[in-house]
Design a protein around this ligand. Structure first.
Ligand code: FUB
Length: 369
């Protein structure tokens, strides 16, 4: 992800972000304090209230991966901090150091912060930047998957385990062999097989892996031309959930004519923040388009795709990044996401949740956040 001052930004995102930045300039040195901005004051130009309110107000949280374990909702978010690093195109200002795990008994219920579930100092191979995590459960063990730069400054994906959903989690001594880039999302199919989806462009380094090995000299951004877009990656997980079981594959996304989406198709191509869910036998791969700030989705007939682009799930939120998870809870579907309502700063985000509705044919109604 990048600072929006240097990149192409959709008009709604820019208008909303500038309005909020203006409203929040007085908060610019605040760190980790309880925010007081309420939704009714968030957009001073249009008087529009955000669709939903932050779930947590006393710490900054982002990238919420939600799961229902044992009938309770658990959220595994990034824990945003004010690290004092100037915003840049590499995302260095997202310098997170731990994860707080949250839970709720019901969607409108109280949110409990269970404290630090994993700290970067307890990951033997970690260098910096603990980014968007995900979690899974199998055979009495909870797994926390996390991207972090190693000591050579290359993003890898690690796994940590716990006997409880809230941790503390113990990290494995090394990253998952063959893993790279960011934003792991682990999906367990109805037959019990688990898969990891991952990858992110620009600061997420996916574009540096085009030749199969890490190329530090690769251009910082993907080519903005009529060549096929760089795709997210996926791999089967071993029965112990700790390794890749077979090759890493591309998550191919096609248009409705069966042609791969192009790198220049910024409104539809994959950027980061992939998520997989299954509905009525179809596989729904959803993701962020990054510099156009959309959450979109594509569907397929198998976990490995190919997937056909379908449409927009969520219009741009306040802030540059947009990241989500989609979860069935009781008889409804919910989307967990984030924006920058509390801080007005790209790197200090707050998580939210709202219902996600489908039409009779399974397609997803677009949400305006
Ligand atoms: O939180 C750091 C990064 O920002 C995530 O890994 C991306 O998905 C974006 O939300």
């Amino acid at each position: 992800m990048l600072t929006f001052f240097k990149t192409t930004v959709s008009v709604p995102a820019l208008v909303a972000s500038l309005a909020l930045l203006g409203a929040c300039q007085g908060n610019s040195s605040k760190q980790e304090s309880t925010a007081t901005t309420d939704a009714s004051k968030a957009d001073t130009t249009t008087n529009k209230k955000p669709l939903s309110e932050p779930l947590v107000r006393d710490i900054y949280t982002a990238d919420p991966s939600a799961h229902v374990f044992g009938g309770k909702i658990y959220i595994y978010p990034s824990h945003d901090i004010e690290a004092g690093i100037t915003e840049n195109d590499n995302g260095d200002h997202f310098a997170m150091r731990d994860y707080h795990i949250l839970s709720m008994d019901s969607i409108n219920g109280k949110v409990t912060d269970h404290g630090v579930g994993l700290d970067i100092k307890d990951i033997p191979w970690a260098g910096r930047q603990l980014w968007a995590p995900d979690a899974a459960f199998k055979n009495g063990t909870y797994y926390l998957y996390f991207p972090v730069k190693d000591k050579q400054d290359v993003f890898r994906i690690g796994v940590a385990t716990s006997k409880t959903p809230t941790g503390p989690f113990k990290a494995e001594p090394a990253p998952i062999a063959g893993s790279f880039s960011i934003d792991p999302a682990v999906f367990t199919d109805t037959d019990g097989q688990a898969y990891m989806y991952f990858g992110g462009l620009w600061g997420g380094q996916l574009q540096r892996w085009q030749k199969g090995t890490y190329d530090p000299k690769a251009p910082e951004k993907e080519p903005n031309t009529d060549v096929p877009a760089l795709n997210a990656r996926m791999a089967k997980l071993t029965p112990d959930m700790k390794k890749f079981d077979g090759p890493v594959k591309e998550v191919v996304i096609l248009d409705k004519n069966g042609k791969p989406l192009l790198a220049s198709d910024n409104n539809r191509r994959f950027f980061e923040g992939g998520w997989m869910h299954k509905y009525n036998g179809k596989y729904y791969f959803s993701y962020s388009t990054g510099d156009t700030h959309l959450l979109v989705y594509a569907t397929g007939d198998s976990p490995a795709g190919p997937f056909t682009y379908q449409g927009v799930i969520m219009q741009p939120v306040l802030g540059w990044t947009t990241h989500h998870s989609i979860v069935p809870i009781k008889d409804k579907w919910y989307i967990f996401y984030h924006d920058t309502q509390l801080s007005g700063k790209t790197w200090l985000r707050n998580i939210k949740v709202t219902e996600m509705k489908r039409r009779a044919d399974g397609s997803i109604e677009t949400i305006t956040p």
